[in-house]
Structures are given as structure tokens and as C-alpha cells.
Design a protein around this ligand. Structure first.
Ligand code: FBP
Length: 568
């Protein structure tokens, strides 16, 4: 019998009652892998699907070895692997923002590589690959990290591998650790990195002239790495949106209890509004802005604010001086006049790096304003300092604006307050702001993410044992048992303008106006605005009725007839 203090000490260092219990959860695997307790690698065969983009000719010229080897053909599992492969040395790294389920990718990899091959973890993301900081992953590690959230087992970062010096460092790491393969777990930018690495390491890395295989795994809570029926969703989206939905559900419950507040909630998701749409579908709040709709309808900032204020006033006239508004993190970049200004701003910042760096912060707006066209300069000058400062802040190494730092929710509140006053000065408007982002990235994975990622790890490991390179692992048919497949990375590449120059990238999948999820949302949102029809989905469950739930938007978009997923 232990004392309560002893019991509490026993829960330190990732041993909460929950973590200890959830580690024991046996995960379902696709039938192709055999049994859950002893999954076996599969081999792959070509399908008749060939991927291409509008920039395929340019891709063929820049990625000749990858394209010649894969033909940009999608692969599917072709039964148990017949040859037992031994002696492979494989490194896995996390890249970009954390997403729930990353640890299970590592677990799936380790299990499928088995005792005959060695798995290394790269610490702190792509930077660790440059430095060659690797350690061997053991079975004990796997038992400990299984079904736990976060990326803390390895760490992550956003280094983009692009210079000749960086490629040379990666080669050095491969040689030093005698690597045969690298698995990059990341989003659209990181999988672009994987495509570039696959080409650069295709051959001539080791003394015998052989290369190093590179396989990508689709991660990001943003949900913007989607490739039709080949990739219904990236991992991490389900867990993040369920955490946000629980929180938004609680806030909605509070608004209709205290009857006096509006809550403006900005939701993570960088560019695309998949997260905001999913949380809206789960919680049914009074208002949700969808960036892609703002862009499609060319809505100005003033018209967006007017729409918000109208709903606030109408609800007030019906006795509801409260409500919740959801805004996607990337909204600012989708408002046409802001988008045009940011594009010019990006070019100006890229071309005046040293001059801008030498200026004091308060001198930057005037200097940059002087380099912008008249319209963009006056728009920049009209914005509050708290927005301008963030628009001028440093881009990440992929050239992205750091939208998580832009207080869009504050801007919407300040402007809506003004407009409500103009429409009806008697309407009370007290608002709180929230930013739900980091709260959702590292939660313990839902069963959907836990099972999905474990199977993605099994698929990535199988691709390596099957001798493949330049592919992204995927699981298709998430409501019918699941099928391990592989998407040729070069077949996804497009040309985009970044840092003021053209670069190959995997295009972000945005919310489509004609998607079933968006159309369902549009068909319901007026009712949600004028009545209290919200739902509180509650905490994510690991044992209970919602355990097997998949994201609502994924179910709608894939034409499923049930909200439940089925792997295995
Ligand atoms: P990934 O695309 O790398 O998965 O990151 C997603 C994200 O969580 C975005 O939603 C957010 O805008 C961004 O990361 C925040 O970045 P950081 O962790 O560098 O603050």
C-alpha cells in the first residue's frame, strides 16, 4: 500500500493516471499489416494514377531522378513483404509545428522495421539533421511514448534546408551515421523539403555510390495538406479541432449562462480555414468567418466588420447580447486589400533586409511605407500599431508571415465596436478575445490520430524496406479499414512566389466553397446566427461513444455516411 504522496510522485514525468492507461491501448492496424500486436511490413505496387500539376515540366527538369524513378505514379500496398530486409539504418525527424500523433509515427516505424534494422531519432528537427544529432530509438522508448501527445521525444524546428552548405551538412550526417533512409514528419513546407532532399540524396551519397531514401509523413493541425481521396486529412487536425471545440463549447455555454458577453475566438491554422470550419461544424456558434469565402467574394475589411456588427445588433434586438465569433488565424491575408498590401510588403522586406534590420522598430513603418505604392502605404498607415508591428515582423524560414502573432481578434473587436455604435448606440457590446492555437497541438492524440499515425509509421517503414524514395506515406479508405499507399512527392510540386522569388512548393489545400463541408455550414449558419443552437461536444474520449469519431468536415467531404472512422 503506498501513501498518497507516493502515488502523486509516481505520476511525475509523463506518468499521470491517464498517460499510464492510454499507453496500454492496442491500436488497430490496416488489414494489410496483419495483426495489431505484431504488424508486418507490406510491399508496394504501382496503381494507374499518375500525379501532375501545372508546373510538371519544370518539376521534371529540377527533380529528374525522382521523377524518372517514380514516374509520379501512386503506389498501393501489394500484400506482405516477401523479402526480409535487414541492416537498414533509418533516421526520423519532426519538422514544423507539433501535432498530436507524431510519437505514434515513430512507434509504427520502429515496430515495422523490427529488430533487424536500426531506427534513429533526429533531435530538434531539420536543424538536428544538419548538426548530425541522432540517437538510437529503443523498444523501451516506444513503449513509453506510445499514444502520448507532443513532439517532445525528439523536438522540432522550422529550418528550411536550401543552401549548398546545408545539403553538404545533411550528406555529412548521412555518411557519419551510415544512414540508408530519412523519414520527415511534416506539413506542406516540410514535405517540400523532403522532396528536395530525396532528389539531392538520390544517389552518390555513400562510398559505393548509393543514395539515401527519403519518405515524408503528412502532419499539420492546419488540415491544409489534403490530396483528394489520396489524403483525406493530415494528422493532428482531429485532436486539435476536438480540443478547440471542447473549449469553444464551454465558452458558448458560458455566454448563454452569463448573458452579457461576446467572445471573439481566433483559431490556429495559418492560411486555410479548415480548423475554423471544423470547430464551427462541431459547436454551431453565432458567427464563423471563413478566409477563403472572404477572398472568393472579395470582401473588404469594412464589409466584414459590417456583417459582424449586423449580427450583433440583430441578436441584441432579440434579447441576446452575447455570442461567439470564430475567426481563422490567416484571415488578414485573405482580405483582398490586405493581401495586395502584404504581397508588396513581402517583396519590399525581402529586398531591403539590411536597411530594415538597421532601423529602430518605431522607424520601420515609415521607411517601409515610403517603399509601398500609395494605396498600400495608406492602408498600412490606417491600421493600429499592434497589427502593423506584426505585419512587419520577421518571416519564418519558409517565408511565411507569422500569423499566429497577429491579433486579428482584437482588430475585429475594436472595429465591430465602432460599427455597432453607428448602427444602434443602444446596443451593449462587451467582448473578450481568445486565441486558441498552442493549446491544441500537443494534446494526447484522439484515437483517430493515434491509429492513423501508427499506421502512417508502419507505411513509411514499409516503403523504406521496399526500397522506395521520394514518396509521402498515406492511409486511404479511413472508413473502410484503411489501405497503406504512397504519393510521389514530385507529383505534388508547384511554383509559388516566396521571399520575393519563385520556389517549388506543395500547394496548400484551402477550404473549397463547393465542398460538402462548406456547403453544409452555409446552409446552417443563418439559423446559428439568429438562434442559440450551439452544441458542446465535450472532452475527447478514449473510451466512450465519441472514441471512433472522425472530423465532421472530413466525413462530409469524403461522402461518408457516418461520423465514425474504421481502421482495421
Ligand atoms: P505546421 O504547418 O508546421 O504544422 O504548423 C502549424 C502551426 O501550428 C500553424 O497553425 C501556426 O500558424 C504556426 O504553426 C505557428 O508557428 P510557431 O509554432 O512557429 O509559432
Amino acid at each position: 500500500m503506498t501513501t498518497l504522496v507516493e502515488q502523486l510522485l509516481n505520476t511525475e514525468a509523463h506518468k499521470s493516471i491517464f498517460e499510464s492507461a492510454v499507453r496500454q491501448n492496442l491500436l488497430p492496424v490496416c488489414a494489410a499489416f496483419g495483426s495489431s500486436d505484431q504488424p508486418q511490413p507490406v510491399s508496394f505496387r504501382s496503381t494507374d494514377r499518375v500525379l501532375s500539376t501545372k508546373d510538371s515540366a519544370g518539376v521534371r527538369a529540377q527533380f529528374p531522378q525522382s521523377v524518372a524513378a517514380s514516374g509520379n505514379v501512386v503506389l498501393t500496398s501489394a500484400g506482405p513483404s516477401s523479402a526480409a530486409v535487414h541492416g537498414k539504418r533509418v533516421a526520423v525527424l519532426f519538422s514544423g509545428g507539433p501535432a498530436a500523433g507524431g510519437h505514434n509515427v515513430v512507434c509504427g516505424l520502429k515496430r515495422v522495421l523490427g529488430a533487424g534494422n536500426t531506427l534513429f531519432g533526429v533531435t530538434a528537427g531539420p536543424k538536428g539533421l544538419l548538426k548530425g544529432t541522432l540517437f538510437e530509438i529503443t523498444d523501451a522508448h516506444v513503449d513509453f511514448i506510445l499514444n502520448t501527445g507532443g513532439f517532445d521525444f525528439l523536438g522540432s524546428d522550422r529550418t528550411k534546408i536550401k543552401s549548398d552548405e546545408q545539403f553538404a551538412q545533411v550528406r555529412e550526417t548521412c555518411v557519419k551515421h551510415n544512414l540508408d533512409a530519412i523519414v520527415v514528419v511534416g506539413g506542406d513546407d516540410s514535405n517540400t523539403n523532403a522532396a528536395v532532399l530525396a532528389e539531392s540524396l538520390f544517389s552518390g551519397v555513400k562510398a559505393d555510390g548509393s543514395g539515401v531514401q527519403v519518405i515524408g509523413v503528412p502532419k499539420t493541425i492546419d488540415g491544409d495538406l489534403q490530396i483528394g481521396d489520396l489524403l483525406a486529412i493530415s494528422f493532428g487536425f482531429d485532436t486539435a479541432t476536438r480540443i478547440y471545440s471542447e473549449m469553444v463549447g464551454n465558452i458558448l455555454q458560458d455566454t448563454s449562462s452569463s448573458l452579457k458577453y461576446w467572445h471573439f475566438v481566433k483559431l490556429m491554422g495559418r492560411s486555410a480555414s479548415h480548423v475554423a470550419l471544423e470547430v464551427a461544424l462541431q459547436t454551431k456558434p453565432a458567427m464563423t468567418l471563413i478566409s477563403e469565402e472572404v477572398a472568393a467574394k472579395k470582401m473588404s475589411l469594412a464589409s466584414i466588420i459590417d456583417g459582424i456588427a449586423q449580427v450583433i445588433v440583430e441578436r441584441s434586438h432579440k434579447g441576446m447580447n452575447y455570442g461567439v465569433l470564430l475567426a481563422p488565424e490567416g484571415l488578414i491575408e485573405f482580405i483582398p486589400e490586405m493581401n495586395a498590401m502584404i504581397a508588396e510588403l513581402n517583396d519590399v522586406l525581402a529586398h531591403h533586409v539590411t536597411e530594415v534590420a538597421a532601423l529602430a522598430d518605431d522607424a520601420k513603418p515609415a521607411f517601409i511605407g515610403s517603399k509601398l505604392s500609395a494605396d498600400n502605404a495608406s492602408l498600412l498607415a490606417s491600421l493600429p500599431d499592434y497589427i502593423v508591428n506584426m505585419l512587419l515582423a520577421e518571416r519564418d524560414s519558409h517565408g511565411n508571415l507569422q500569423v499566429s502573432l497577429i491579433p486579428t481578434e482584437q482588430l475585429l473587436i475594436d472595429m465591430a465596436k465602432q460599427r455597432v455604435k453607428e448602427l444602434d448606440a443602444a446596443v451593449p457590446f462587451a467582448a473578450h478575445k481568445h486565441f486558441l492555437g498552442y493549446e491544441g497541438r500537443c494534446g494526447a492524440p484522439t484515437l483517430f490520430d493515434a491509429a492513423y499515425t501508427y499506421n502512417l509509421g508502419l507505411t513509411a517503414g514499409s516503403l523504406i524496406l521496399d526500397g522506395r524514395t521520394g514518396y509521402m506515406a498515406t492511409i486511404t479508405g479511413l472508413t473502410s479499414g484503411g489501405t497503406p499507399q504512397a504519393i510521389p512527392l514530385a507529383g505534388l510540386l508547384n511554383i509559388e512566389r516566396r521571399h520575393g522569388q519563385d520556389e517549388f512548393v506543395i500547394e496548400k489545400a484551402l477550404v473549397r466553397m463547393d465542398s460538402p463541408a462548406m456547403q453544409y455550414f452555409v446552409s446552417r449558419r443563418d439559423d446559428w446566427a439568429s438562434n442559440d443552437l450551439f452544441a458542446s461536444p465535450g472532452p475527447r474520449q478514449f473510451w466512450g461513444p465519441t472514441t471512433h469519431q472522425q472530423p465532421i468536415s472530413v466525413a462530409l467531404n469524403s461522402g461518408a455516411d457516418s461520423l465514425m472512422f474504421q481502421i482495421g
